[in-house]
Design a protein around this ligand. Structure first.
Ligand SMILES: Nc1ncnc2c1ncn2[C@@H]1O[C@H](COP(=O)(O)OP(=O)(O)O)[C@@H](O)[C@H]1O
Ligand SMILES: [Mg+2]
Length: 537
C-alpha cells in the first residue's frame, strides 16, 4: 500500500522530471517507427524517401521525371554509405530549404486531401535525422529553381528545438538546371535481395513507367528506361467529406473555420454538403443557424457529430484520383518483366470512411517470368512499391482470397499465391491511404478495399484464363500432331502396298493435310464457358 512504502514521492517532486519533448527527439529514440529498424532496411528507406519526394515534386510541376540514385560505400568504414538522389523537378525556394530538410513535420502535403506519395512532412527530414544519428555528418543539398543560381546548403537538425542548423551555405551562378540533389552519409548494409534498393527501383519503374531512373549501385550501373512519355492526369485536392471526419477533427474544424454561420461552415469547409443537407444536419442537432461555429464546444460537438451521421449525403467527388490506368500498367509490365501476355483492369473509384480510393490490377504471364516458382506479388500505394510486411496488408489478403485454379493456373492447396510464370500487380490510389503505420508498409483491411481488389483480380483472371486455356489446348493439339507426324512414313508405306500408289506422294499429301489442320492461338475476348458461371454462383 502506498502509505506503507519507504518513501512516498509527491507530485511536486515528480514534476521536476516533466518536460516537453520535441518531435525530433521522439523520432531520434524511435527511429524504427520511420522504417530505420535495421541497417539493410535503413538504406532502402533513405532512398525511398528521397525518390518519393522527387517523383511527387516532378508530377506536381508536370515535369517528366529523370532521377539519378547512387549508393557508394565509404572507404575504410564498415557499413557506411553515401546515398545521393538527384531530380529534375521544380527545385525548392531558398527560404524553405532549411525547413524542408531540417525540421520534422514541415511539408506541403499534410493540409490537403490529395493523392500523393508523401503525407506527413516527416519523410526526408526523418532521413536527415537518421543520417546525422549514425554518421554524425550533415546533409548536403543542392537546389535550383531554374533561375541560373544553385543554392548549396549543409545542414543538421537541432533535435531539441526541431529546427535546422545551417553549417554552410553558398550560392553559385552559372549552372542552368532545376531540381534537387541531396547527399546523405548513413550507416547501412548493402545486400541484393527481395527488398533491396535495386528491387525497389525496378518496382518504382513498374508503377511510374513515365520516369527514367538511373541507379549507380555498389555493383553495377542500371538504367530503368521509361516505357511511356506522358504523365497520368493530375490528381485534384478535395475537401473532407462529413462522413469521413472524426469527432476530434470536427471540433478543430469548428474552431478554425472562417465561416460565420453553421450553414456556411458545412457548405464551404466540406465537400458534398448543399444548403438543404446543411439545414437538415442543423435541425437534427437542434441548433439555430445563427449560432457561430466557433462557439460550439463540449457535448454540442457530439450532438452535431451524431446529426451528421444521420443525414444521407452524396459520395465525395471521385474525379480527384489519378490511377495509372490499364495502358500504363500494361506498358510498365511489358517493359520491366518481358512476359508474353499482359492484362490490366482499373476499377471505378469507391469510398472508405469518406475517403475516395481506386484500385487497379495487372497480370503478366509467360515469357521471361520463371515458369516453376510461386507467383510474384507487387503491391503499390499511390505509385509507391510496398516492400515489407505483406502478411498484414489488405492488398495481399485480397490476392490470397482468390481461387487461382478457376483461372487456369496452378495453385498448391493452402497456398496464397498461384504457381507458374505469373506476376500480380495491385495498386491502390487514394487521397488518404490507410497505412497501418508511419513507416507506410501495409494497407489497413477495410472491407471496401478488399472487395474492390478481389473484383479487379477476378476480372483480370477471367481474361488471363482465356489466354492460358487456349495456350494449353494449342499445346495439346501440337503434341497430337507431332505424334501423328512420326507415323506418316509407316502409314504411307502401308497404304502404298495396299493401293499400289506412290509412297512418297501419299506421305506428302498426309503432311499437307496435317499442316492445314493446325490450330492458331487467338484471343476472341470471350470468357471461357464455366469460368464466369462458377464465379457468379
Ligand atoms: N525533391 C524535392 N523537390 C521539391 N520539393 C521537395 C523535394 N523534396 C521535398 N520537397 C518538399 O518538402 C516537403 C517535405 O518533404 P517530406 O519531409 O518528405 O514530407 P512529405 O513528402 O510527407 O510532405 C514536401 O512536402 C515538399 O513540399
Ligand atoms: Mg516525402
Amino acid at each position: 500500500m502506498a502509505d506503507k512504502a519507504d518513501k512516498v514521492k509527491g507530485a511536486e517532486e515528480l514534476s521536476r522530471d516533466q518536460r516537453e519533448i520535441s518531435v525530433s527527439e521522439f523520432f531520434e529514440k524511435n527511429r524504427h517507427l520511420l522504417g530505420y529498424d535495421n541497417k539493410v532496411k535503413a538504406l532502402l528507406t533513405v532512398v525511398r524517401e528521397a525518390v518519393d519526394n522527387s517523383l511527387d515534386a516532378c508530377e506536381t510541376a508536370r515535369i517528366i521525371p529523370d532521377i539519378k540514385v547512387s549508393v557508394k560505400p565509404v572507404d575504410d568504414i564498415k557499413d557506411r554509405y553515401v546515398i545521393s538522389v538527384e531530380d529534375n523537378g521544380p527545385g525548392i525556394v531558398k527560404q524553405n530549404v532549411g525547413r524542408v530538410f531540417g525540421k520534422l513535420l514541415f511539408g506541403s502535403k499534410f493540409h490537403k486531401l490529395l493523392q500523393s506519395r508523401g503525407q506527413q512532412g516527416i519523410g526526408i527530414s526523418g532521413a536527415v535525422l537518421y543520417s546525422q544519428l549514425t554518421s554524425g555528418k550533415p546533409a548536403r543539398i543542392a537546389t535550383s529553381t531554374g533561375d541560373g543560381k544553385t543554392h548549396y546548403m549543409n545542414l543538421m537538425i537541432d533535435t531539441f528545438k526541431n529546427e535546422p542548423e545551417i553549417i554552410k551555405e553558398e550560392i553559385k551562378e552559372g549552372k542552368n538546371w532545376h531540381g534537387v540533389k541531396i547527399e546523405l552519409e548513413v550507416e547501412g548494409k548493402y545486400v541484393e535481395h527481395q527488398q533491396s534498393v535495386s528491387e525497389y527501383l525496378k518496382q518504382t519503374a513498374l508503377s511510374n513507367p513515365y520516369a527514367e531512373i538511373i541507379y549507380d549501385s555498389p555493383d553495377v550501373k542500371i538504367k530503368f528506361e521509361r516505357s511511356v512519355k506522358t504523365l497520368p492526369e493530375e490528381p485534384k485536392s478535395i475537401k473532407p467529406h462529413p462522413h469521413g471526419v472524426e469527432i476530434g477533427i470536427l471540433r478543430r474544424m469548428l474552431r478554425t473555420t472562417e465561416a460565420r454561420t453553421l450553414t456556411g461552415f458545412f457548405t464551404t469547409d466540406f465537400s458534398r454538403v448543399g444548403q438543404s443537407s446543411a439545414k437538415e444536419i442543423i435541425r437534427l442537432a437542434k441548433f439555430g443557424d445563427d449560432v457561430s461555429p466557433r462557439n460550439i464546444d463540449g457535448p454540442q460537438v457530439e450532438k452535431l457529430f451524431q446529426a451528421i451521421q444521420q443525414v444521407q449525403l452524396i459520395k465525395p467527388p471521385l474525379d480527384c484520383l489519378s490511377p495509372l490506368r490499364e495502358k500504363l500498367i500494361e506498358e510498365g509490365l511489358k517493359k520491366q518483366l518481358n512476359p508474353e501476355y499482359v492484362v490490366a483492369i482499373t476499377r471505378s473509384p469507391d469510398v472508405y470512411r469518406g475517403n475516395p480510393f481506386e484500385v487497379e490490377v495487372g497480370l503478366a504471364y509467360g515469357g521471361e517470368l520463371p515458369p516453376d516458382s510461386v507467383a510474384t506479388l507487387y503491391r503499390f500505394a499511390n505509385r509507391v512499391p510496398l516492400m515489407y510486411q505483406a502478411g498484414d496488408c489488405a492488398l495481399a489478403k485480397a490476392v490470397s482470397e482468390i481461387e487461382w485454379r478457376r483461372y487456369g493456373l496452378e495453385q498448391a492447396s493452402g497456398a496464397s499465391l498461384p504457381t507458374g510464370p505469373i506476376a500480380i500487380f495491385v495498386h491502390i490510389v487514394s487521397v488518404w491511404v490507410p497505412f497501418t503505420s508511419e513507416s507506410k508498409e501495409d494497407i489497413a483491411s477495410y472491407p471496401e478495399i478488399i472487395k474492390e481488389v478481389k473484383l479487379a483480380l477476378q476480372d483480370a483472371g477471367r481474361k488471363l484464363s482465356i489466354y492460358v486455356n487456349k495456350k494449353r489446348k494449342a499445346g495439346e493439339a501440337a503434341m497430337r500432331i507431332s505424334l501423328f507426324e512420326k507415323y506418316i512414313p509407316e502409314v504411307a508405306d502401308a497404304i502404298s502396298r495396299l493401293s499400289g500408289a506412290d509412297k512418297h506422294k501419299i506421305a506428302s499429301k498426309l503432311e499437307n493435310m496435317l499442316k492445314k489442320g493446325k490450330i492458331v492461338i487467338e484471343d476472341t475476348g470471350e470468357p471461357e464457358e464455366g469460368v464466369k458461371q462458377k464465379e457468379d454462383e
